[in-house]
Design a protein around this ligand. Structure first.
Ligand code: C2E
Ligand code: MG
Ligand code: MG
Ligand code: MG
Length: 287
């Protein structure tokens, strides 16, 4: 297979492919040294308040800058990292880097943002998760209110009681929790009401056809209503068009995230975008 150079430093790209076992083994092999070789980086995608248009948070999304293959997206290596157990080291790096970056933005004078970090099943089941989160906060100096963890329904349903206890511990520390990809997993509605979470995230598969599919519109508006009845906030991911945004706003969705507003960006570009936003907001006041 042709080699690709890493020209697009840490940019998003996906590739539809069925990887052969050899290709997987090759990736797995590379994954082993990738952390030590500093081949991972984080991109940050803004989360926007649907009513005010204000950016209130960002989601950290990991990328692997592979020395031969260029930038590889998480869908290709997170499953391998999960299976091999390497997710623990990688997840810890993501958590620590995200906390440090957020603190650095605050120190640079940006309006404070909440940073969201994805936590995969093995990370969530790690008995040391709470301790690791506490250390990441302590070492970075980030206040817990500015950190959110995104977990999927499946993770919680594996061992409901234990998961709820762990979420409650994190919540008590001041960290927020949200359910990612909501509607695609298997959590029962009765379990949902016992989750100590603050936000439901509507999966992008339901957002894609808003304005075109009655079924998806019914699902999205029901999730919004359900979230609000449970006193949760609700965010839509994968918002790409004005039509989708219009539907979500009309149906009372609180927040959105997607290419319509911004792709995931390197830390510097995100800061520049927010600085520019702040300046624009301040100019009329000064004038
Ligand atoms: P996710 O947490 O559900 O993240 C949303 C995905 O949708 C991201 O893909 C994001 O780049 C993409 N996206 C954002 N806006 C749009 C849009 O408008 N249209 C479309 N079509 N896609 C959009 P990405 O970055 O490839 O991440 C894929 C998944 O990998 C994530 O899904 C998450 O489950 C996992 N992941 C990413 N970073 C991490 C990480 O640091 N740790 C762990 N454990 N998992 C991660
Ligand atoms: Mg997520
Ligand atoms: Mg998601
Ligand atoms: Mg997803």
């Amino acid at each position: 297979r042709a080699k690709e150079t890493g020209k697009n430093n840490c940019q998003f790209y996906t590739r539809e492919m069925n990887e052969s076992i050899e290709e997987k083994l090759l990736l797995l092999d590379g994954l082993r040294g990738a952390l030590e070789a500093s081949q991972f980086c984080l991109l940050y995608q803004p989360k926007v308040d649907l009513r005010t248009g204000r950016v209130f948070g960002v989601e950290a999304l990991v990328r692997w800058e592979h020395p031969e293959q260029g930038v590889i997206g998480p869908d290709r290596f997170i499953p391998l990292a999960e299976e091999s157990g390497m997710i623990l080291g990688l997840g810890e790096w993501v958590l620590r880097t995200a906390c440090q970056q957020n603190r650095a933005w605050q120190d640079a004078g940006l309006p404070p943002l909440r940073i969201s970090v994805n936590v995969s099943p093995r990370q969530f089941e790690d008995p040391r998760l709470v301790e690791r989160v506490q250390h990441a906060l302590n070492d970075s100096g980030l206040a817990p209110e500015w950190l959110e963890l995104e977990v999927t329904e499946g993770v919680i349903m594996r061992d409901l009681q234990q998961a709820v206890a762990k979420m409650a511990e994190l919540r008590a520390m001041g960290v927020s929790l949200s359910i990612d990809d909501f509607g695609t997993g298997y959590s029962s509605l009765s379990a949902l009401k016992s989750f100590p979470i603050s936000t439901l995230k509507i999966d992008k598969s339901f957002v894609r056809d808003l304005g075109r599919s009655d079924g998806d519109e019914a699902i999205a508006s029901s999730i919004i209503e359900l979230a609000h009845r449970l006193r949760l906030r609700v965010i839509a991911e994968g918002v790409e068009t004005e039509q989708q945004r219009g539907f979500l706003r009309e149906n009372g969705c609180d927040e959105m995230q997607g290419y319509l507003f911004s792709r995931p960006l390197p830390a510097m570009q995100l800061a520049e975008m927010l600085m520019a936003g702040t300046t624009r907001l301040l100019l009329p006041v000064a004038a």
